[in-house]
Design a protein around this ligand. Sequence first.
Ligand SMILES: Cc1cc2nc3c(=O)[nH]c(=O)nc-3n(C[C@H](O)[C@H](O)[C@H](O)COP(=O)(O)OP(=O)(O)OC[C@H]3O[C@@H](n4cnc5c(N)ncnc54)[C@H](O)[C@@H]3O)c2cc1C
Length: 343
Amino acid sequence: MINGIATAPTGPRNDNKKMGNILFIAETEEGKLKTYSKELACKAVELASQIGGEAHGVVVGKNGTAAAEELGQYGVANVTAIDGPDLEPYRGDAYAKVLWDFVQDFKPQIILATASNNGKDILPRLATKLKAGLATDCVELTIAGGKLKARRPIFSGKALIDVTFSSEAQLASARPNSFPLKAADASKKAKVNKIAATVENIGVTVKEVKQSEKGMKDLTEAEIIVAGGRALGSGENFKIIRDLAEVLGATVGASRAAVDAGYISHDHQVGQTGKTVNPKLYIACGISGAIQHLAGMRTARVIVAINKDADAPIFAKADYGLVGDLFVLLPILTQKLKALFGK
Ligand SMILES: Cc1cc2nc3c(=O)[nH]c(=O)nc-3n(C[C@H](O)[C@H](O)[C@H](O)COP(=O)(O)OP(=O)(O)OC[C@H]3O[C@@H](n4cnc5c(N)ncnc54)[C@H](O)[C@@H]3O)c2cc1C
């Protein structure tokens, strides 16, 4: 019993505790491995090879074994699946407790997670207990002098800073879509260690989990986002944003002005007080490009702006711009793309 956690290993534990190990925390949703966790697995394997160590994955929660096995296809040799009656639904304190127990036993040099809601919740708890440095929301992770070097945006994304660590343990969370996802190789298998954990003295009870819009990919994971701003004028008018998003297989985003006006719910908000997104393509429609909005989307690979004001600040950040009325341009664009994709 450690810190109120009783663990009963049901399989062999990893016995490779040499320095140079990287532990990455993988996440699942309804038992399915998150894409950003696959990306993180690829990065962890790459970094581990540079320090002569091993990347070890850990999946916490119900039915994590299948996800743990899937990580093997990305070159991860060892994965631990921690399951238990108190680990569903997600509760930060319960997850942090079982992970802390595991980390004390495993003693990794580097601990990585995704800068998702869960990752942002868990990693600071581990860093505090380890008295270790933590770099959050990183867009690049490399090894320099045998230690982790993390690149992360600062000043609302206006600049990037390289962070190095003076602590022995080095922790970092990575922004989704920051690392390329390598092709899965079904012939590669991970050794999956299972731990059954019981967590005691958890002060939080989850009474209900409310699903955000059904079928919508989370903004932070989306590869394409079509976002609308104040210019939309009403919730009904967001239909033209949704129509374009549907053709592109995109997720719908919004500026705070659109959210505050009640056109769309807050889980769509991109920006400083919304979500930080990192898609391959971001189409900003009727969004002026305020610094607080840019803070959430400026790392998008390609930015397209549609605005009737040719001097709107968003055009300074856009790779492609369309100057004109979105109520005219968007339906045309949607129709053209439908024809192009044969939809
Ligand atoms: C502490 C703080 C935190 C904030 N956090 C966020 C945040 O997380 N996210 C966020 O987005 N904002 C945030 N804001 C608000 C931010 O400062 C801006 O007010 C907001 O982003 C503006 O939203 P907008 O671009 O939709 O609206 P506006 O700035 O009003 O821009 C509307 C744009 O639509 C264009 N337009 C109008 N009609 C049409 C048309 N028919 N066709 C084409 N274009 C048209 C206009 O030319 C204009 O450029 C925050 C502000 C503060 C102070």
